[in-house]
Write a protein that binds this ligand. Structure first.
Ligand code: PLP
Length: 438
């Protein structure tokens, strides 16, 4: 493998040059489950989950760490997060339904999103979930009506945009003023929402929420956001007696996809956030709120690896060599959507030095369906197994059936064992919603 490459978690190269994850040979996994295949290193997910919780505990701060389930949602991952004592952030009725079916405790489920429907809100209120993160005036009104009709007290946070720009890709930047999400903290919208919430009989306002972006490598944005939110809360406290019990600082902690990424430890983000909140709280004379966070990518991203079988290749003399795999933008749309970059190796020649630079093409009928450009690889041929690292977040959850490709299965690996948690879609599954004309 290239000397710049990094093996995540339990990934290792065995003496015969095969890539192992969770003590299981990826060659055996490919034989047993077929390719494409998503493999999750569950020991690494647990380590990340425990790391976040431990930091809060060590610094004596009441907290909830909610897994942002949109990063990868299925019943098994929800059950794992529940076992680890995490809460869950859902953003749709479908995610909420999956969580309830996985027996996730409703009181630890939080519901985010900028356009929750009436039926989604009714389900959330009926199931008495932990809190609803109200995003806009339309939702606040709708939720007031629903909770009134159902005579059901519901806890809410208000999502605010603190006007912080996180340094990341534009498409996933959400904390700045010009955003589709949340109440503006500066222009009086958030204040108006806070007053309306306090007046609403069945709405119990817990505090404020923000999520400033994704794949963020600096703590500055979080610190500024925390300061602004506490500062506003203190202002509202003296004006209206508002006492925030919770400040939710969202997710967005960056991870290492390639050697170009240099993330800081998750505990470091948390430590600096806590310090900022503590400082601002003591400066303004407020009482210390609980701090909630919502990591998605940083819990599951580097724990996921995609396995593909290499098929055709094409040489454009003097330009580049394409190697095609049996998956593509249907199971990992991030390169096409965000120009996301990944590292990869040949899992059955994992100890071989790169000799060639190739570009990995997906099999979808789209020239934009390229998985990796200019990847150093050893000599590869049809039948070799390509392992693409760090595909655990926004991979399966964004998978689709473009070109009617069945979605790959997902296995969890740990301690030398593998467990299928999502089976491979079949052709029959592909037509299960279709109605025949004849
Ligand atoms: C997407 C999202 C998260 C998680 O973001 P990551 O970058 O995966 O950590 C958390 N909170 C909200 C509101 C989100 O939309």
């Amino acid at each position: 493998m290239s000397r710049f490459m990094h093996l995540h978690g339990s990934a290792e190269i065995s003496h015969n040059g095969h890539l192992k994850i969770g003590g299981v040979s990826t060659i055996d996994l490919a034989k047993q489950y077929g390719t494409p295949l998503y493999v999750y290193d569950t020991a690494l997910i647990k380590e990340r989950a425990r790391g976040f919780r431990k930091t809060f505990k060590e610094l004596g701060v009441k907290a909830e760490v909610a897994y942002a389930s949109k990063a990868f949602s299925c019943m098994a991952i929800f059950q794992l997060m529940n076992e680890e004592g995490l809460s869950l952030d859902v953003v749709s009725g479908g995610e909420l339904y999956t969580a309830l079916k996985a027996d996730f405790p409703p009181e630890r489920i939080h519901f985010n999103g900028n356009n929750k429907s009436r039926s989604e809100l009714v389900l959330a209120v009926k199931e008495k979930i932990g809190c609803i993160v109200v995003d806009n005036f339309y939702e606040l009104q709708l939720l007031s009506e629903i909770t009134g009709e159902m005579k059901s007290k519901t806890k809410v946070l208000l999502r605010v945009t603190p006007g912080i720009e996180a340094h990341t890709h534009d498409y996933i930047l959400t904390g700045q003023e010009d955003s589709k999400f949340g109440f503006d903290l500066q222009n009086g919208q958030a204040e108006k929402a806070m007053k309306l919430s306090l007046e609403s009989e069945y709405i119990e306002l817990l505090g404020l929420h923000c999520h400033i972006g994704s794949q963020i490598f600096e703590t500055t944005g979080f610190i500024l956001a925390a300061r602004k939110m506490i500062e506003k809360a203190a202002e509202w406290n003296s004006l209206y007696g508002f006492v925030p019990e919770v400040i939710n600082l969202g997710g967005g902690f960056g991870i290492r996809y390639t050697q170009e990424d240099d993330p800081i430890a998750p505990s470091q983000y948390v430590k600096e956030m806590i310090l900022a909140v503590k400082e601002e709280v003591s400066r303004t004379g407020m009482s210390m709120p609980e701090i909630w966070i919502e990591p998605g990518r940083s819990l599951v991203g580097d724990a996921g690896t995609s396995l593909y079988t290499i098929g055709s290749s094409k040489e454009v003399p003097g330009v580049r060599k394409y190697l095609a795999i049996d998956g593509g933008m249907s199971d990992n749309i991030r390169p096409a959507l965000y120009r996301a970059k990944y590292e990869a190796l040949i899992a059955n020649k994992a100890d071989a030095e790169p000799e060639d630079t190739v570009s990995i093409a997906g099999k979808c009928c789209e020239s934009g369906d390229m998985l990796i450009w200019d990847l150093p690889l050893p000599d590869a041929e049809a039948g070799d197994l390509l392992a693409v690292f760090c595909t655990g977040a926004y991979g399966y959850s964004m998978a689709n059936n473009y070109n009617r490709l069945p979605r790959p299965p997902v296995v969890f690996v740990e301690n030398g064992k593998s467990k299928l948690v999502i089976r491979r879609e079949t052709y029959r599954d592909l037509i299960k919603l279709d109605e025949s004309l004849t």
